[in-house]
Design a protein around this ligand. Sequence first.
Ligand code: ADP
Ligand code: MG
Ligand code: ZN
Length: 497
Amino acid sequence: MSGMSRYAATIGLEIHVELKTRTKLFCGCPNRFGEAANRLVCPVCLGLPGTLPVLNRRAVELGIVASLALGCQVAPESVFARKNYFYPDLPKGYQLSQYEQPLASGGQLTFAAGGEARTVRLRRVHLEEDAGKSLHGDDAARASGIPGHHSLVDFNRCGVPLIEIVTEPELSTPDEARAFLEALKQVLEHAGVSDVKLQEGSLRCDANVSVRPAGRDEPGIPVEIKNLNSFRFVHRAAAHEIERQSALLAGGKPIERETRQYLESMGTTETLRRKEQADDYRYFPDPDLLRLRVDPDWLRRLRDQLPELPAARRERYRRDFGLADEDAEQLVAGLPLARFFEQAVVLGADPRTAANWTLVELGRLMNAHDRPADAIPLPPGHLVELLTLLQSGTLSRPLARTVLEDSFLSGRSPRAIVAASGVTQLTGEAEVAAMVDQVIAANPGPAADYRAGKGRALDFLVGQVMRASHGRANPAVVNRILRERLADFTAPAGTDT
Ligand code: ADP
Ligand code: MG
Ligand code: ZN
């Protein structure tokens, strides 16, 4: 740690993103996660001799949309090359990947880091196919039920369409790298090109990290850390790598250009392969595929139809709905919630109230019941109904929360829940007043405290009345009656106020 401030770091990222197509990149096999192993395969994606790839138009389209969303220039022509290497999860013996002529180049992404706007330039976006998945050691034993040390291969992922996004080496801290990735994930999700489900591996990242003496301009020798499948791992791996390289430099030792692997359990990195074992992939253009030509009309159409991106959506929420920056940001960060919120507004909800209930109450329920973000179990109309019941005073806020949870779990509409259970807010003054009197009588201490000037004691008493009414009393009414009753008590005899 002591040497760290003497050194500055540079980070460049290579991000692999699975595209949301129905089928794979070069065959008709379904592109689907979570299927039983080796069910989504055919001779093409298994690389059997004599088969021919046919490029998936939709994958190209999504690749172009992603490129446009990132401000890249889409090339009129690009080329698929064979990247040759041997690994058990690559049955063809080569990966089809755009190399010398990628789909798109240039572009940039602007994001907030440490309260400031930062822009990082992109080098390129290219199309490629995914490899299969290997399971080793304990993972394999668990999956197969066969004890002992062996490996398993699942080819379902072979040929799944990916884009690779390569940044310029312009990030300088692990925090910045993570903020960049969060922003990138949002853009890709909003553009509709990927599910960006990190836990399913649909977004994976290689981090290149170098360290140089502070004050020097040109970056140091980069070390590549492969296959990080969470933003937390990117952050930790980069932080560890910066520390490791700083310590080496401080000790006068050279940094070797190498590829390292992140060890999740330790939070450290270890050498995978060194420069002298550098891969020679013997790239060459795939002879079975034509050059990819992007029709200018197609490109124009995709540009015109580009979905609304996060920055524009945030701005619209502030401008049209009067949302605070923070609310706009939080909603836009979770697209399904943002859509839910917008539909509630279209159906007549007050935007700020709807934003608040969506983020705070619905967000809490989604967490508490561990729902995936895209599986909101009630329609936006139910929230609108609930907010109407709240506004009319039929439901108190605590009661409305209970009804929302019921609706969340049962799918029933708030009106139906209220009608069935008869839970509505107590509005009869006399009923509330009776409860207030009971609570004052049962809590002489806090009542005396309040009279003695301890304002906080009132909160306690309000809470007691709310509890006695099972949340059905209106807190504002309780508050008013409590104040009246406690004031009456101290009023000198004869004064009538
Ligand atoms: P290639 O893999 O084609 O040789 P580079 O290694 O130059 O290309 O770049 C691959 C990735 O490494 C890019 O994301 C780039 O930003 C990053 N990178 C390149 N040089 C450095 C460096 N000195 N420090 C950190 N990252 C770097
Ligand atoms: Mg590389
Ligand atoms: Zn196939």
